[in-house]
Ligand binder design. Structure first.
Ligand code: ZN
Length: 161
């Protein structure tokens, strides 16, 4: 069985690259340097902007955890999920990118739960698939946030491996 990886939204992140090179894609205004994610190709959202053209920019790979939560129930329609498959709790992380001064939401990498996260810890953007699509033939590609081990942190309570 061959799997296809379809981006959830085209142009929001790099495709066909290594995990190391994976980046979220936003836009930066040439007039005021405002960075937008999701990308803003049509206009600048800064009301004080003198006028400029948006250009694609790769966002920082790493950021710090601003907040997080877990989803323990199946969201109602129009959210698409298979009612015959038991709902697996998924972890959502809001990550602050210091250089861009924006917060980007995303799912935590598989195996990372709220017990593995703390406010302010460093995480990085890695390729992933939507949690509810795991196991289906059509994998919907997205980004995940994954904790970056620090030299002094050690393995948290035995690690996930
Ligand atoms: Zn602008």
């Amino acid at each position: 069985m061959s799997h296809t990886r379809t981006p959830v939204v085209a142009g929001w992140f790099t495709e066909d690259c290594t995990e190391e090179d994976f980046r979220l894609l936003g836009t930066r205004c040439s007039g005021c340097s405002t960075v937008s994610f999701p990308r803003e190709d049509g206009f600048c959202r800064n009301p004080g902007c003198p006028g400029g053209e948006p250009a694609e920019v790769q966002l920082s790979k790493q950021g710090t955890v601003w907040s997080f939560t877990d989803g323990r129930y199946r969201p109602p329609p129009p959210y698409v999920s298979d009612p015959d498959v038991p709902w697996e709790p998924c972890t959502l992380v809001a990550v602050e990118l210091a250089a861009e001064r924006i917060v980007v939401l995303g799912q935590a990498a598989p195996g990372v739960g709220i017990a593995d996260l703390t406010i302010g810890m460093t995480v990085e953007a890695v390729p992933g698939v939507l949690a509810d699509a795991v196991g289906s033939e059509d994998l919907r590609a997205t980004w995940n946030w994954r904790p970056v081990p620090t030299p002094d942190s050690g393995a948290p309570d035995g690690g996930a491996a």
